[in-house]
Design a binder for this molecule. Structure first.
Ligand SMILES: [Zn+2]
Length: 142
């Protein structure tokens, strides 16, 4: 498991230099009720996580926080960058630093796209093989 400190150091290494990122002098985390529409958000040097959401969340909460940590230091084109790109960069860093291939729908989709690019028809053949059982060995067999 990636610890928060390791995540920060590794993300700096991933981006090679502090000059590529917006380095906050400190980063504070607040866990409080935010309303049903928010899981968590980051603003400058503060991350706010929804206590109600986290209380009912059965997954690894650090994954949510890592995503928000990236938002705390990433540049956003002075507010002009598309939201999808901003969110994609946050998930890209999280993915590079510890996600597994089946951690989310999008990551799995990109993983399958990569495999399908190596061998056209891979996803169709994998789906067929999963008709009666599943094994990680299918990836080697196909
Ligand atoms: Zn985000």
């Amino acid at each position: 498991m990636v610890t928060p400190i390791n995540f920060l150091f590794s993300s700096f290494i991933l981006f090679n230099s502090e000059s590529y990122i917006l380095m906050p002098p400190k980063l504070s985390l607040f866990i409080k009720t935010l309303g049903a529409s928010h899981v968590a958000y980051s603003s400058n040097d503060e991350i706010r996580a929804n206590a109600d959401y986290i209380q009912g969340f059965s997954g690894d909460v650090t994954r949510i926080l890592y995503h928000e940590v990236v938002h705390s230091w990433q540049w956003i084109g002075n507010g002009q960058a598309p939201l999808g790109l901003i969110e994609g960069i946050a998930d890209f860093v999280r993915m590079k630093l510890g996600n597994k291939w089946d951690d989310s729908y999008y990551i799995t989709a990109w993983f399958l796209d990569y495999y399908n690019g190596l061998r056209n028809g891979f996803v169709a053949k994998l789906t067929k093989k999963m008709g009666t059982e599943y094994s990680d060995d299918f990836f080697d067999q196909l």
